[in-house]
Design a protein around this ligand. Structure first.
Ligand code: NI
Length: 264
């Protein structure tokens, strides 16, 4: 079972690197070329039944993942769930979905047209998690989405791929604190997401997170090619709960700000 999961994440990682070349530099800076343990991988989808969180997650459940938490993000009009595998070095997976019905008719029409083009049978295949877009999208439609939801625009442009990977600071050999990680990244030339402060959360909520701002990459829209924000890298340090185990959930107030790492 774990081998299948590892193969899946290798594929997801390779697909992510294609539009996130700076991830390699992150590994050099933090791991000196050693393999890093990822705390979690994040996905975005729409709450339309064919591609809902539960449909996306069916691939993970089949590989031994279990649903372990639910979250709501009112301002961004999102719901999310997170999934864990019993093998603790396998990344958790955080999957959010946009509440499509809460947007304008123009945005809803675009999103429904995109999802109509997805073949339902493809969603159930494991490679869906690194399959990218299943639709055509014009640059005008992208900008219409962007005006109401950065999240919707990103998802329409990039589709089904990891939105970010997340280094587990707890597993790094050369770093103990998120402050030291952030300092090393900044000295390495990275711009960190400063929305809500560079460090989201604290020991009190058992989770500290920071992230880079997304790389930029070219998207081939149906009418022209445009460079837009692609994917980013996140960093997480978890603290033990009273029982001694590390907290394994997510903090909605922190994740809310992390979403902004793909802002233009
Ligand atoms: Ni994350």
């Amino acid at each position: 079972m774990s081998n299948n999961v590892r193969a899946l994440f290798d594929n997801i990682w390779q697909h992510y690197l294609k539009v996130t070349p700076s991830a390699k530099k992150v590994h050099q800076l933090l791991g000196a070329g050693e393999d890093l343990i990822n705390d979690h991988v994040a996905y975005r989808t729409f709450n339309i039944d064919k591609v809902s969180v539960d449909k996306i997650a069916a691939n993970l459940i089949a590989l031994g993942y279990k649903e372990c938490g639910t979250y709501t993000f009112e301002a961004k009009k999102l719901n999310a769930k997170h999934f864990e595998h019993e093998d603790p070095v396998l990344p958790k997976v955080f999957v959010s979905e946009l509440l499509v019905e809460e947007f304008s008719p123009a945005v809803q029409t675009i999103i429904k047209r995109l999802v109509e083009q997805v073949e339902a049978s493809k969603v159930a295949e494991a490679d869906f998690l690194y399959s990218g877009v299943h639709w055509d999208l014009s640059s005008d439609e992208y900008h219409t989405l962007l005006k109401e939801s950065e999240y919707a625009a990103w998802l329409a442009a990039w589709g089904y791929r990891a939105n970010h990977f997340t280094v587990s600071i707890n597993h790094l050999n050369n770093f103990d604190t998120i402050e030291a990680v952030n300092e090393t990244l900044k000295q390495g030339g990275f711009k960190l997401n400063a929305s809500g402060g560079e460090i989201k959360g604290d020991a009190q909520v058992k989770l500290e997170q920071s992230s880079t701002m997304a790389d930029a990459a070219i998207v081939e829209f149906s009418d022209k090619a445009v460079e837009i924000p692609s994917c980013f890298y996140e960093f997480a340090k978890r603290y033990p709960m009273d029982c001694g185990n590390l907290y394994s959930g997510f903090v909605a107030a922190s994740a809310d700000k992390i979403f902004e790492s793909t802002n233009t």
